[in-house]
Ligand binder design. Structure first.
Ligand code: SF4
Length: 156
């Protein structure tokens, strides 16, 4: 049904995980959810449950411990899913990139679809990245649906 696809396109649920930075980007993400920026006006909802989430928002530097948690959260999310690295720490490790206990970027632990390399990432930029993530999610769903519909023909 077209209206269901249309509604789902703009109503992805978000899971935020702060892997261990200065918390600057994490605070800006929370600011994006406040009435001032009102991320929810786009139909997005922040959830604490990876099984309910469509978009994983990663902030901070990934270290050995947080990397294991990040991977675990990612694996609990159902397909299709999109990962957004918010802030230069999540993108590359930032100023901590050569730290002895850090992975230089979240993409060393989970596949990252979108990078927002600011320090700190402003709420407006986070909202823009999440709208792009929602488009990417909708496109992936459409492609999966198309492939699923074509599968019986290919079998015959
Ligand atoms: S990118 Fe900057 S603001 Fe964001 S967590 Fe790293 S140091 Fe903090």
């Amino acid at each position: 049904m077209a209206w269901v696809s249309s509604a789902r396109k703009r109503s992805p649920w978000l899971l935020h995980y702060e892997t261990g930075g200065c918390n600057g980007c994490a605070i800006e993400f929370v600011a994006a959810l406040t009435p001032l920026y009102d991320l929810e006006r786009f139909g997005m909802l922040n959830t604490g449950n990876p099984k309910h989430a469509d978009i994983l928002v990663v902030t901070g530097c990934v270290n050995a411990r947080s990397g294991r948690v990040l991977r675990n959260l990612y694996e609990q999310m159902s397909e299709p899913k999109v990962v957004v690295a918010v802030g230069v720490c999540a993108c590359t490790g930032g100023i901590f990139h050569d730290g002895y206990n850090l992975a230089p970027g979240a993409d060393k632990v989970v596949p990252v679809d979108l990078y927002l390399p600011n320090c700190a990432a402003r709420p407006e930029a986070i909202i823009d990245a999440l709208l792009t993530a929602a488009d990417l999610l909708a496109e992936t769903r459409r492609r999966d649906q198309h492939a699923h519909q074509r599968a019986p023909d290919q079998q015959g």
